[in-house]
Design a protein around this ligand. Structure first.
Ligand code: MTE
Length: 319
């Protein structure tokens, strides 16, 4: 399998930037038909081009970084999705076996209007936007990823949270027959993550349906995941089946597995090392094996938007 960093290519050598830019031009004046026609030609022009159904959306410049995006290949073959195994290529190898249809998501708990919504209805609940976010994993690597979705706040407002809604709990799918990692018992399944209500309502928190203008591939969390760019990647649960609002802070899968290593907040913080990985710098996937490591920024570079959420908190203790 081709990995850009194995063969010493620069990101600019492998990122299908021409594809990216030409697709951007299409998206600018987007109508569905020209996009649908353009896709096969682009796919032929570059074997690294996105696959899957189109999910076009205009880019939201306010929340997007203009850093070079990682290639489709990087984003879809170097994954963490432990239900499929702990190897980075396990998800792309096995996730195709996942059953994605029908798919509905239960939204319940401390809400006035609990509901179960089909994925097609979820996608239509608010206008889709493309957001180019940095993703920083606790293993000290990072990528730049063009996601498609809308702020989770739209869905949460739709179900009308009550005064008891202090935390949001995300539960992800378990399909033991399709998921070798579930059978091996790597974590306590299902994979559970959570946010404080104000974090979940922050506009940066993205309910995500797509990648590179196409529906999410299974290994990246199809058909719907959450992405919280100022937190370590493990907070961004994939393939969600339930969103539950509650009064108490939940115990997440990683907190249960290793409470000294994984806190509830998991805000990217270069000053607080993980027992096994310094968080001071990161390796940008696709930048080449000999590329300099990048200094990690507080809150993954989103400090000016989110630091106020943690005013007065000791972020060493609340890691
Ligand atoms: N969601 C589920 N259900 N299972 C997982 O193992 N891994 C997390 C997160 N979401 C994980 C998950 C981790 S550790 C990271 S870094 C990101 O997904 C990786 O997302 P990506 O593979 O799309 O880059």
């Amino acid at each position: 399998m081709r990995h850009s960093w194995d063969i010493g290519l620069k990101a600019s050598d492998v990122t299908p930037e021409s594809v990216w830019k030409s697709r951007r031009r299409f998206l600018g004046g987007a109508t569905l038909a020209p996009l649908a026609l353009a896709a096969p030609a682009l796919a032929q022009a570059d074997d690294d081009a996105p696959t899957g159904a189109l999910l076009p959306a205009p880019r939201d410049a306010k929340w997007s970084t203009d850093e070079t995006v990682n290639s489709w290949h990087d984003i879809t073959t170097y994954n963490n999705f432990y239900e499929f195994g702990t190897g980075k290529s396990d998800p792309s190898q096995y996730a195709g076996k996942m059953s994605l249809s029908p798919w509905s998501v239960q939204i319940d708990g401390a809400v006035r209007k609990p509901m179960t919504l089909d994925i097609a209805d979820l996608r239509k609940l608010a206008p889709l936007e493309e957001r180019v976010y940095r993703l920083r994993c606790v293993e000290a690597w990072s990528m730049v990823i063009p996601w498609t979705g809308y702020s989770l706040s739209h869905l949460l407002s739709h179900v009308e949270p009550t005064e008891d809604a202090k935390y949001v709990v995300f539960t992800t799918v378990v399909q033991p027959k399709a998921m070798p990692g579930v059978q091996e018992g790597i974590l306590d399944w299902p994979y559970v993550e959570g946010l404080r209500m104000d974090e979940a309502m922050h506009p940066l928190t993205l309910l995500t349906f797509g990648l590179y203008g196409h529906e999410l591939p299974a290994q990246d969390g199809a058909p719907m995941r959450v992405v919280i760019p100022w937190k370590y990647g493990f907070k961004s649960g994939k393939s969600l089946v339930r969103i539950h609002l509650q009064k108490e802070q939940p115990v997440t899968s990683w907190m249960r597995a290793a409470p000294q290593e994984y806190g509830f907040y998991a805000n990217v913080n270069p000053a607080v090392p993980h027992p096994r990985w310094s968080q001071a710098t990161e390796r940008r996937i696709g930048s080449g094996f000999f590329a300099a490591r990048i200094p990690t920024r507080p809150f993954n570079g989103y400090e000016k938007y989110v630091a106020a959420l943690y005013k007065g908190m000791d972020l060493r203790r609340n890691f």
